[in-house]
Design a protein around this ligand. Structure first.
Ligand SMILES: Nc1ncnc2c1ncn2[C@@H]1O[C@H](COP(=O)(O)OP(=O)(O)OP(=O)(O)O)[C@@H](O)[C@H]1O
Ligand SMILES: [Mg+2]
Length: 270
């Protein structure tokens, strides 16, 4: 049994905090409440999985946490600093230095090589070309993409692009990792390898928010939260030594989408 203290034990400060965050898109008949009054804290050493149906607000939650989308109301604090009151350039610097983002659709820059994509945050912070080159090769090797630094994004597969996006998110001393379905384009064993990399970084003191539709990847998390219609509807606190065990809270007796029916369905919104 692992006797490590709970990541959210008293006295530890959250690396990332959302305080009563709401996001509304559009107005009048086109108004969409993508997030409603969401409060969330991420502590060092903690990986939180976010699950919920399509359109429930998961990507919006990550975009707000990653300072890519300003909240309509509420605050986002990074390392205790209120990021919602910063200028655009100060927020960009904070994001580049402290937040690593894996986008749902990779967002690699098509005109840069894979290696340049990975080290873009370092280059923007003044690292030399030689340093960038070395760091790119190390970061790509870590996700199993040795030798692909000089290819362009269109010259690699979807799964390789996803791993390159993960390497970019992990580069530098980022303390908060935000990953929007980072395993979506990967086969099971590559997905597990990616989860291992994320988990190692988090166990070394970072914090992570992981959107996933797949319970087997959510089972790497310390906590799972459910989002539905922009509201966090369930929070499961998992103890670290329970990791990799089934998400019993999500168990449903029957599921219309499972064909043939399985004894246990993990889809939590059925
Ligand atoms: N820029 C936007 N303008 C208007 N509505 C938006 C915008 N972005 C998202 N939405 C709406 O906000 C809601 C939440 O979207 P979001 O992308 O966060 O869902 P999601 O849970 O990530 O879905 P998926 O699992 O399909 O990726 C949806 O109703 C979506 O249509
Ligand atoms: Mg999404």
């Amino acid at each position: 049994m692992n006797n490590a203290p709970s990541p959210n034990s008293p006295g530890r400060s959250p690396l990332l905090e959302l305080d009563r965050v709401s996001v509304t898109f559009g107005t009048g008949a086109r108004e969409v409440h993508a997030l409603r009054d969401v409060t969330l804290q991420l502590f060092p050493g903690e990986l939180v999985a976010v699950m919920g149906p399509s359109g429930s607000g998961k990507s919006t939650l990550l975009n707000v946490a990653g300072l890519l989308q300003p909240p309509t109301s509420g605050c986002v604090l990074v390392g205790g600093q209120d990021a919602t009151s910063l200028s655009a350039s100060a927020a960009a610097k904070l994001r580049r230095r402290h937040l690593g983002f894996v986008f749902q659709h990779f967002n690699l820059v098509p005109t840069l090589t894979v290696g340049e994509n990975v080290t873009l945050p370092l280059e923007l912070d003044g690292a030399s070309p030689a340093q960038c080159r070395q760091r790119a090769e190390e970061a790509l090797a870590e996700v199993g993409l040795d030798g692909l630094a000089d290819r362009f994004p269109e010259e690699i597969s979807g799964g390789q692009a996803q791993r390159a996006a993960i390497a970019r998110a992990l580069i530098g001393p980022r303390q908060v990792l935000l990953a929007d379905e980072p395993t979506g384009a990967l086969d099971t064993s590559t997905g597990e390898a990616v989860m291992q990399i994320l988990r190692q970084r988090i166990d070394a003191g970072a914090a992570g928010l992981l959107v996933t539709h797949e319970p087997r990847f959510a089972s790497w998390a310390d906590r799972v939260i459910m989002v539905r219609d922009g509201v966090v509807t369930a929070r499961e606190v998992r103890k670290r030594w329970e990791r990799h065990e089934p998400l019993l809270l999500l168990r449903a007796p029957s599921c219309a989408t499972c064909s043939p029916p399985r004894g246990v369905c993990w889809w939590p919104w059925r």
